[in-house]
Ligand binder design. Structure first.
Ligand code: ASP
Ligand code: MG
Length: 452
């Protein structure tokens, strides 16, 4: 068995669905299960519709309806009824939001779930017309059980047993399951989502729980690249990375994979292949455990990413030097207000740390100020280098030299415990320039240090 995941742009319209059918057909003997995203930008459109209902009291589903209707018409699919039922439910939900003028995280998850629920029904109907034994499933029908952390729910341990219990008999019975990515239900039966881009995690979860041979993530880029192609024109695909490297890359801003997507496959060692549905012949990126001897042979760098909108917090203890328990007090204040910390650097009397700037820090600052002097700076970026940290001295020397050449001061630095990541802070406005300069030094230099 294999799992094939197709993202929004890979199922964006009728012509993309034809490609999907070809790709799936060519691998039918491997017994695939499919995991799909919402078509095109449907998730964004659903969120916009929610916003319009909330702020203007209007129900607007024009975009969403048109895309799905056009696809059905174009492919002549007999799913009008099912789609109508979902569209009616969506309209009722939106008019509810427009009446009470309230959109809670729970309702938002219910709202965005329509994207994936529509896409699997349409895709399954189409695959059937292509003589495949496809059947659409909402993830909860196949064991996706999560906690109630709406907007970024975590799958519960039970899912590891439930998913194969429900899915494997289908595969044995030669059914081609077409499963909604991104969504699940909590124990109370309410719909949840796994966070934006969460279909990747749905796919890796199905593959790991079912012990599939491989999971293929079909995107609209040639795999994981050495840098964001919008910043670095000649960014190159990386042919092979480890789970740890892929996870760091996803977290620090390479928008190829969901940050938590590697976790299930790390547990089971299931290989992940990232492929381009717009360029089938490109080899893509293979993500798997590092074979022991291999790390040494590898080039110093895999990729460079930048994550913007970061806040830097400098905390300097006002107590005596060497006071025990200072760090734990600092961290407990952040955890009390559910603010998650990304990077940390400490010295005896001070701590610098970074956070996503979406957090409201008013209360945190108040409490921290009781034990320390606090300085909060916004508008920062984390530049991350995913690399062979065994060669960190060489890499750091080159990083600092490059930053000096372009006159960008490094404001904080940390070497990730995962041993694959060196990160540092620069101003948001300097992030692109820094990534470009580093890419030029490490990848485009004549000595071509890039590995395979
Ligand atoms: N449709 C959802 C999103 O756009 C989930 C996904 O595509 O993975 O975030
Ligand atoms: Mg999407």
């Amino acid at each position: 068995m294999i799992v094939m995941k197709f993202g929004g742009s890979s199922v964006a319209d009728a012509s993309r669905l034809r490609h999907v059918a070809d790709i799936v057909k060519s691998q039918l003997t491997k017994k695939p299960a499919l995991v799909l995203s919402a078509m095109g930008d449907t998730t964004d459109h659903l969120l916009e519709a929610g916003d319009t209902a909330l702020k203007e009291g209007k129900v607007e589903t024009g975009h969403i309806l048109k895309l799905h209707q056009d696809t059905i018409k174009n492919l002549k699919l007999p799913v009008q009824n099912e789609v109508n039922i979902l569209m009616d439910e969506l309209k009722r939900l939106l008019s509810g939001i427009s009446l009470i003028r309230e959109l809670t995280p729970k309702t938002k998850d219910y709202l965005v779930s329509f994207g994936e629920r529509l896409s699997v029904r349409i895709a399954a109907a189409f695959l059937k017309t292509c003589n495949m034994n496809a059947r659409a499933f909402d993830a909860w029908e196949l064991g996706f059980l999560s906690n109630s952390d709406y907007g970024r729910a975590e799958l519960l341990k039970e899912s590891w047993d439930l998913i194969p219990q429900k899915t494997l008999p289908l595969i044995k019975g030669n059914v081609l399951p077409v499963i909604t990515g991104f969504i699940a239900k909590d124990e109370k039966g309410s719909i949840t989502t796994l966070g934006r881009g969460g279909s990747d995690l749905s796919a890796t979860m199905v593959s790991a729980a079912c012990k599939a041979e491989e999971v293929q993530i079909w995107k609209d880029v040639d795999g994981i690249l050495t840098a964001d192609p919008r910043i670095v024109k000649n960014a190159q695909p990386v042919n092979h990375v480890t789970y740890e490297e892929a996870a760091e890359l996803a977290y620090y801003g390479a928008q190829v994979l969901h940050p938590r997507a590697m976790m299930p496959c790390m547990k089971t060692g299931t290989p992940v292949l990232v492929k381009n549905s717009y360029n089938i012949d490109a080899p893509g990126t293979r993500i798997e455990p590092a074979a022991a001897g291999e790390i040494k042979k590898r080039a110093p760098l895999r990729a460079i990413t930048a994550r913007k909108n970061v806040t830097l917090v400098d905390i300097i203890s006002t107590r005596m030097l060497g006071q025990p328990g200072f760090l734990s007090e600092v961290f407990s204040i952040f955890s009390k207000y559910s603010v998650s910390i990304d990077m940390v650097a400490t010295s005896e009397v001070s701590v610098s740390l970074t956070l996503d700037s979406s957090h409201d820090l008013t209360e945190v600052k108040k409490e921290l100020s009781k034990i320390a002097s606090v300085d909060i700076k916004t508008g920062k970026a984390i530049v991350s280098i995913i690399c062979n940290v065994k060669r960190s001295s060489e890499i750091l020397a080159r990083v600092f030299r490059t930053c000096q050449l372009i006159a960008v001061p490094v404001q904080m630095i940390s070497q990730g415990a995962s041993k694959v990541n060196i990160s540092f802070i620069v101003n948001d406005t300097e992030a692109a320039e820094t990534v470009k300069a580093l890419h030029m030094d490490f990848f485009d230099a004549e000595d071509r240090t890039r590995g395979v």
